[in-house]
Design a protein around this ligand. Sequence first.
Ligand code: PMP
Length: 388
Amino acid sequence: MWEDWLQHAHEKREEKYLQRSLTVTDNAVKPVVRRNGKRLINFSSNNYLGLADHPDIKKKMIAAVDQGAGATSSRLIIGHGSEIEQLEQEVAHFHGKEAALVIANGYMANLGVLSTLLSPQDAVFSDQYNHASIVDGIRLSGAKSFRYRHLNMDHLEKMLKRAQAKGYQKKLIITDTVFSMDGDWAPLNDLIMLKRKYDAALVVDEAHGVGVWGMQGQGLAHHLGTIQEIDLLLGTFSKAFGVYGAYVAGSKLWIDYLVNQMRSLIYTTGLPPTVIAGIRAALKQVQAGTILRSKLHSHYQYFHAQLRRIGFHTGLSQTQIIPIYIGENQQALQLSHQLFERGILAVPIRPPTVPVGEARLRFSLMASHEQDHLTYTLDVLEELWKKK
Ligand code: PMP
């Protein structure tokens, strides 16, 4: 019975060009990776500043192994090392917030935060393209979910009005700041206006914004001068920081509530000392990373401009995440294979990660890319575009 069911699901995926597999990739932290010995220019990692391969960060992680291999228990049971306490103060200071809380990873952070803050008597407003972990956190909370059309503030306001008339207890708006599959920005100023008007909280997921935006890499909310109006900011240490883990930052009152109630903090083991040491070292590099940031910014501006010149549709992207919209899964797979043959790794993004009919190739640029990596890739893309 189970075998038939699994086999049927497998065949269905194959039919729709949705079958995925886990693949060995060597040197994933580098701008050029290897698969089965084949060299591939890497456009598929979130290591935006190249810090996952930073010698000082790696050295600090090695040194921290003397403190032990693991954290041994939940932080609320065994307590925590002084390093994590220092890290939380540093992160709070980094964002100009009173307090911060380190959480195992971004997925658990969104799941935990949303299911802790919201209950079935509440209403939550979420951009249609928010990350899957936000969608899952909302489901787990049981709150009434209002999913507004991507970036559409009129649609959001209509929903806020409707919810107000129905008298939900609390209202919370949540958005990615930089959208992970489209590379566009949330309209934070407009969201703040609506949050004030309808007495809602505003929570932002800066997973793809921290490290990249802001004078010291504090994220898009800082860059746009909106941080004071954000009630809770969620960030990850796994992307521009190049390490692992996540955090939320906000007022003491918000963070204290999460410490006491959040199941994805209470019922799971703390991060190992090596990871905490790596994150602290990465935070220093992020803050001092002005040159890396300007290299990344000029890389994606160039890449964007050239893709548009060739004729590719890249939507509203204005960041290091650049989609080439294709449409059908099969065509996205085909272009990805053609690029692979020419030594370029850009994976197709297909449903359910993106809506049906909106398959795309997603290029993630990194400060560690060399200009040659970009020009070669653009030459190949132009050649394939002309043959189409
Ligand atoms: N939020 C967003 C917007 C993300 O893109 C991701 C990761 N892809 C996460 C949260 C989850 O973060 P992590 O990888 O640390 O679990």
